[in-house]
Design a protein. Sequence first.
Length: 237
Amino acid sequence: MIYPLAMVAMNAVWGGVMQVLLGKQIAAIVPEQAASAAALGMALSVSAVSSVASQPIAGLLSDRTRTRFLGRRNVWIFGAGIVGALGLVAMSQLTSTAAIAIAWAAMMWPLNATQASLTAVLPERVPQRLRGSMSGVLGAAGMIGAYAGVALAGLSQDLFMGYLLVAGLFLLLTQIFALTTKDRPAPEPDARSTRKNKAVGAISGLRGAPDYWWAFAGWPRPSPERRSASTWRSTRH
């Protein structure tokens, strides 16, 4: 039950900050509507670039974490949850659009570290027979969390209270999850594997999962049927 609630808190941050608080904060600094919209767009653009970099790096670091304290995923949820919550509260005190853009871009790192670790919980800890049902629950949790974040931020009397409420919900539920759930230990690396074997394994992994890399590149891979049809048409001409 706490897993969907942690995802509610995660999505409350995205909904509350990106849809309400950032706009209100920048509008208070730059009252002119066009300039305010441009400043908000710049802040979101910079954070998007930071997010693209931080997601895979955070996931890779949690994959390679070896610790007896909480576990490789929970320790990141615990630590990044604290840093993220503190950073959200600190953002409420910023009075420069440039500072807001830089701070929100920096916030992508602890927030995405939390999200990457929470996302890995589904395949690692949920039994295979329940993953479809849990995926549906998590989808609903995402929508509920976004709505809750917008509601908390929108109903707050001032920016500080809005950031504080969103950060408080995020901190509370991520810490409960990290401290009350059992993490699966990371598999031990094979001591016999050499650098050469690792390199060969990496190359074979790239070649053995073409669909993943087509999807990662954002380019639809032609199906075998379409490729064979295209080949047949080319031979006809």
